[in-house]
Design a protein around this ligand. Sequence first.
Ligand code: PEP
Ligand code: MN
Length: 332
Amino acid sequence: MIAILKQGVTKQERDNLIKWFKNQNVDVHVSEGEYQTILGLIGDTSVFNTDFIENIDIVESVKRVSEPFKNANRKFHPDDTVINTCGLKIGGGNFQYMAGPCSVESEEQIIEVAKAVKASGANILRGGAFKPRTSPYAFQGMGKDGLDLLLLAKKETGMPIVTEIMNANHIQLFEDVDIIQVGARNMQNFELLKELGRIRKPILLKRGLANTMQELLMSAEYILAGGNEEVILCERGIRTFETYTRNTLDLAAVPKLKELSHLPVIVDPSHATGYRNLVKPMAMAAVACGSDGLMIEVHNDPAHALCDGAQSLTPDAFTDVVNACENIRKVL
Ligand code: PEP
Ligand code: MN
């Protein structure tokens, strides 16, 4: 349920109403927009009679929110959420390029790729240190050493870093990481999501391999419910019957998620397609349909990449993608 307050309501009047709601065991999320203040009520709101609340003198109107996601719901928070990482903004009209290798492989590799993607126009460096691999025999990532190398690359280039967490016990290791990624395979690792709700750092939440938009929003809700309001959603393709692409990029999810939620939405055309020749057209399409950013895999030597070489762009190809996307952004 949401209660929209009348204009000109004093802080004291508002706080009294919040206290009254809290006394009846509901949690109150306050969204203060430019023109209106909205109280979002979370909990068992069936005890409230809408007519009764609408008749409170400082309340303009009341609506029931039928969706199970509350904090993530645009009805609770009509303005776009804008994430700020090291002074870079994502969402609310701010667009960012995240780029880098699938996995951190060595100091030379990550520094070289970091410098290259920065020169091409990327502003956030990606790179996996803890890798979720289908095979236990495949390269599992460099772990803590990989995180240290990402931090070194950040120092060398000034770019904030985004990297994946797989285990809640590792949160302390991620203290200096700017954006923590939850990968598709962990989108419904609810214990991990709860722990990430307790910290105050942006979380990039990727859509699961076979998850609906509502399930993605419910996973975001776990993080938001813990008090961490900085969640970025990422569409990275879902599994369908198609086999010519690694996944099927669900671009309609971008405008739909932005309609349902105030959270920024970015697109990963690399994992979505699995092939480097499909990355540019899908990146351009993602920009055109309103994505707040892109995450793209770039490797200095894709043929010898330890992970996801087939979908990795060379730095030159990445420059071409950024230029094409910038042209689309100008048209928009
Ligand atoms: C990744 O970004 O490296 C990754 C493993 O992506 P996803 O979780 O989308 O498969
Ligand atoms: Mn990858």
